[in-house]
Design a protein around this ligand. Structure first.
Ligand code: PEP
Length: 253
């Protein structure tokens, strides 16, 4: 069975260089003991290089929280996919709801996926509805969002795509989505992906869940929700919570 994936999205945390190095060091130490799980940390850009170590365990990987949709050149404040790749970044988040709220559209997310994959990295593409209702309009929303986000992507690129289903109402919330619902929604997301790219791509694409995952609920979300991994915000910079979370996932076997 493929290893599970736990991705920590640090957002703007921690505030200082020293604290970031400490979180990376602790996460690396836990990763050295894992059998069934790969761990990715996505620090703020200025901390990325300091989180890479020469003696990195094979289960520890570096990610980034976003990337420029431009290939390079005169774009003040932007960071290109090639730059990230040169820093040993292997995974890049695209279309996080916070980035979408700040201006990313399905079209720009699609272009970012292209840049990430062309630079040889893996795109962790976030999708998710803002609200849910009895009529199932969130399913229509999600279907449209996935279709538009992948509109410009050729089928050969899907090998380097991971879907992160993150219902926006569950991000930064008190409670995660119920694991049974996670299972239903991950199947739905895979079905929509299969309708676009074919049965095999739909079968192979890894689906993560994100939204208020912590060390208490992580095991059930994986076991009952049957997702391939987790995208974790707050808990990823909270030690020892993240350590316990990773242990709980790895113990599932
Ligand atoms: C996120 O922002 O991707 C996220 C899942 O955050 P949290 O775990 O804090 O809800």
């Amino acid at each position: 069975m493929a290893k599970r994936l736990v991705i920590g999205n640090w957002k703007m945390n921690p505030e200082t260089f020293e604290a970031a190095k400490a979180v990376a060091r602790k996460t690396r130490a836990i990763s050295a003991k894992l059998c069934n799980t790969d761990v990715v940390v996505c620090p703020p850009f200025p901390f990325i290089a300091a989180c890479v170590s020469r003696s990195q365990p094979p289960a520890f990987h570096i990610g980034a929280q976003t990337v420029s949709l431009e290939e390079g050149g005169a774009h003040t404040g932007e960071v290109s996919a090639k730059t990230l790749q040169s820093l040993n970044v292997e995974f890049v988040i695209a279309g996080h709801s916070e980035a979408r709220a700040a201006g990313d559209t399905d079209e720009t997310v699609s272009r970012k996926i292209g840049r990430i994959v062309e630079a040889g990295m893996i795109a962790v593409v976030c999708v998710g509805e803002k609200t849910r209702d009895e009529n199932g309009s969130h399913l229509d929303f999600l279907k449209k969002q996935i279709r538009k986000t992948f509109a410009g992507i050729s089928p050969d690129k899907t090998k380097r795509v991971i879907l992160a289903y993150e219902p926006i109402w569950a991000i930064g919330a008190k409670e995660a989505m119920a694991p049974e619902q996670v299972y239903e929604m991950s199947l739905f997301v895979k079905k929509v992906f299969a309708d676009i790219f074919g049965h095999e791509a739909g079968h192979k694409v890894r689906v993560l869940y994100g939204g208020s995952v912590n060390f208490r609920n992580a095991g059930d979300i994986i076991k009952v929700g049957r997702v391939d991994g987790l995208l974790v915000g707050r808990e990823s910079v909270n030690m020892p919570g993240f350590k316990e979370l990773i242990r709980a996932v790895d113990a599932i076997g």
